[in-house]
Write a protein that binds this ligand. Structure first.
Ligand code: FDA
Length: 281
């Protein structure tokens, strides 16, 4: 706990779901919604996947009992996709069934490229019988336009992010401008679809481009949902809410925080500086 407190506290709401509840209550008071994430990925055994499934299933009652405005995000490899796709499917379906009892929604995060197709297949498979589920698409992948076309064709709801994993140039844009251009193009596709998707970025230019495009097309403000990560740009969240937009914050908790924390440090040197200042102060 001490290490977590010192190093990751800015990005992780606590070690338990109960600890995350107080962070969520504070956000909800500011009219900010959340998506709760039990940290974990690439499980080593199916028993671990079953444990994660049990923990995630219990979140929907916790959210309802505390009157929280929150849905839940999951990673498919936390639920066994890397070991046994059919077991992962059963785990996801059991989570969606529990979520449905509480009229809640589950977002399947997107992981590194070895899992892109498997995660999309899993999504399309479970979406046939359960509509309380959405998926994440990464603008740095060259395939994402085609993936979004496939998702829009079935009415899938997308969270668009830039992508947080290290990917080879053969499959991913590596120049920032290319990733950003792709982001803006994919945002326009999503906004044109008539469904509510999520624009997940801390990048003001991407946010402003989305806002301008929606205004030009007469898309109502409540069809845009901006999403950001817990600990990053807290003032900006409230500014967007004050402008009439929906804002949802990704709130991770748990003890398996290192891979998530490491991705945050790698993508922005200011995040690293913040942690170092905390360590030495
Ligand atoms: P980027 O890191 O390129 O930053 C662009 C600009 O934003 C900066 O130049 C700066 O101007 C501004 N900015 C960024 N951080 C700031 C800060 N702290 N303060 C001030 N300005 C700042 N990834 C993934 O691969 N799979 C997933 O499922 C998800 N899920 C996900 C959910 C949500 C809600 C979010 C917000 C993000 C993800 N991600 C993700 C992570 C995502 O792919 C990406 O790694 C990070 O969001 C960082 O990229 P940005 O879009 O913020 O832009």
């Amino acid at each position: 706990m001490q290490l977590l407190t010192l190093m990751a506290r800015r990005f992780v709401a606590g070690e338990s779901a109960e600890a995350a509840v107080s962070a969520i209550k504070r956000l909800n008071k500011r009219r900010i919604s959340t998506t709760l994430d039990y940290l974990g990925e690439e499980c080593h055994t199916l028993a671990q996947a079953a444990e994660a499934t049990r923990e995630i299933r219990r979140l929907f009652k916790l959210i309802a009992d505390n009157g929280l405005d929150s849905n839940v995000s999951v990673k498919a490899t936390q639920l066994g996709l890397n070991l046994d796709p059919s077991r992962a499917r059963e785990n996801v379906l059991s989570i969606l069934e529990e979520a449905a009892k509480y009229r809640n929604f589950v977002r399947i995060d997107m992981e590194g490229s070895p899992y892109t197709q498997m995660t999309l297949d899993l999504f399309h498979d479970v979406f046939r019988t359960r509509d309380n589920v959405g998926i994440v698409i990464q603008s740095y992948l060259r395939r994402s336009k085609a993936d979004i076309e496939g998702l829009l064709a079935v009415g899938g709801r997308v969270r668009l992010c830039k992508g947080a994993y290290k990917e080879p140039v053969t499959i991913a844009f590596v120049k920032k401008e290319e990733v950003n251009d792709s982001y803006d193009q994919l945002t326009r596709m999503l906004l044109n679809s008539g469904l509510r998707h999520a624009i997940a970025t801390h990048d003001d230019v991407r946010i402003e481009n989305a806002i301008r495009y929606a205004a030009k097309k007469g898309i109502p403000k409540d069809r845009l949902e901006f999403q950001m990560l817990y600990g990053l740009r807290s003032k900006r969240w409230s500014e967007l809410v004050a402008q009439g937009y929906r804002v949802r914050i990704y709130v991770p908790y748990g003890t398996h925080w290192f891979p998530y924390f490491y991705r945050r440090l790698r993508e922005r040197k200011e995040n690293m500086m913040f942690v170092l200042r905390n360590l030495f102060s």
